[in-house]
Design a protein around this ligand. Structure first.
Ligand SMILES: [Zn+2]
Length: 218
């Protein structure tokens, strides 16, 4: 399951990982409404449990105060690069699945499902907005904040207009760098690592929606 070529490509990414305690990788549904989030969450959870990628019962295994779903026996089917690494005999870093395999409580190794409007962002730093039409990069400002507030409270159009080209679109449709997303449904995996693209595509297929991955370390 582990791909040596990908490991080489990602080695630089690993070099930074010891600075942080927790990595999260969240798969966000870009199109789900608040009303349908719960039903869609259950559809994906059912598949993850059937595939034995996560366990079926909730436990204390995520960073927040809520409960999550611990890794199942087949969690490696989803995971291309595990978060944890160890030093091999030649001093090279090697993948280490131990943290996920042992599943000790209270480990932070579970899936947290969010079914309410949330800004999923790569903590520990800001992000820029990118306009779809003119590719301008913009700092977040009060207008962005107002549009986000409208989206959270469902009190307005939540339209944000590009000050450079005047293109107007909902704040949820803007691109962010590093990736961030506003969504009503998110699947946050704590300390798993980086997923196979085929796994992310399968989640999108089950949802029949656009998905985006937001990851970060804290
Ligand atoms: Zn623009």
């Amino acid at each position: 399951m582990f791909n040596a070529q990908s490991a080489a490509v990602n080695r630089n990414r690993w070099s930074n990982l010891f600075l942080f305690n927790y990595l999260f990788c969240a798969i966000i549904d870009r199109d789900a409404s608040t009303d349908e989030a719960e039903q869609l969450a259950n559809r994906v959870l059912e598949w993850l449990v059937d595939e034995r990628i996560v366990c079926a019962t909730l436990s204390d295994c995520v960073l927040s105060s809520t409960l999550g779903y611990a890794p199942g026996p087949n969690f490696r089917k989803a995971l291309e690069i595990p978060y944890a690494v160890r030093r091999g005999q030649d001093g090279e870093k090697e993948p280490d699945f131990t943290d996920l395999e042992t599943n000790l409580s209270p480990a932070t190794n579970g899936l947290e499902i969010t079914t309410q409007r949330t800004l999923f962002s790569p903590m520990g730093g800001g992000f820029e907005l990118i306009c779809d039409q003119c590719n301008s990069r913009l700092e977040i400002d009060d207008k962005w904040g107002a549009a986000v507030d409208e989206w959270y409270s469902e009190s307005g159009s939540s339209i944000l207009t590009c000050p450079i080209c005047q293109h107007a679109q909902p704040v949820t449709e803007w691109q962010y760098d590093p990736p961030a997303a506003l969504g009503a449904l998110g699947f946050t995996f704590w300390n798993w690592g980086y997923f196979y693209s085929s796994f992310i595509e399968e989640i999108g297929r089950l949802l029949n929606h656009r998905v985006i991955v937001v990851s970060g370390e804290i």
